[in-house]
Design a binder for this molecule. Sequence first.
Ligand code: GTP
Ligand code: MG
Length: 229
Amino acid sequence: MSQIAVEKKVLNENQKIAAELREKFREHKILVVNIISSPGSGKTTLLERTLDRMNQERTDKRMRVVLLTGDLQTENDATRLAQWGFPVKQIITGGTCHLDAKMIERHLADWPLESFDLLIIENVGNLVCPTSYDLGEHFKIVMLSVTEGEDKPLKYPSIFVKSELMILSKVDLLPYVPFSAELAKSNARSMHPGIQIIETSSKGDGLDEWMKWLEEKLAAVKSGELISA
Ligand SMILES: Nc1nc2c(ncn2[C@@H]2O[C@H](COP(=O)(O)OP(=O)(O)OP(=O)(O)O)[C@@H](O)[C@H]2O)c(=O)[nH]1
Ligand SMILES: [Mg+2]
């Protein structure tokens, strides 16, 4: 079998499991987001801030969140995220540069999905491989940090085209790096005119806007207005 035929078969199998996952998420009205970026853009850091903020909500208003975080090796990210008391599992891919639907299915198997509102998937740090794999999510979210160069949306268009939201991270570093946020945003919009953009930093920039984005999407899932296609 040619390499292309093998790749097609793998992606078809992935699609089948992703469709089953999507159906489960629909049944239990869980919002699912899949965060993708280069290594070190700040995915786990944003999630730490997110969980910290969620923990400050009154218990009856707090989103019931679960997290899956993918890496080639180490439990580091899950250990960092577990501190806030929400259920977290590390998926160690052992060399594979992306998560696939089977990994998600396996790691969700013993979690009572009916007890959750939001599943956040932190994909393996890579701007290319995770893009092709449907995980049954409602939204892919691409993160780009200000140390990576404004041209990334032009060089790696696929993930920017497929993402609902771009998070421009580490904006606290803008005064110190030769990076134009305006140019990066305009490059992203040239690839995907409708892409939403939120600027964030570990110092708290953009956290309100990000939380509002999640709350609005969750409300749409709960009301049945938003169904993942
Ligand atoms: N200045 C600054 N540093 C940040 C910010 N967010 C993350 N960092 C730093 O960037 C480094 C990588 O952050 P992580 O959150 O681990 O990045 P990641 O995308 O989860 O990394 P991988 O999971 O390995 O792909 C750490 O040293 C963070 O402290 C930010 O907003 N501003
Ligand atoms: Mg991480």
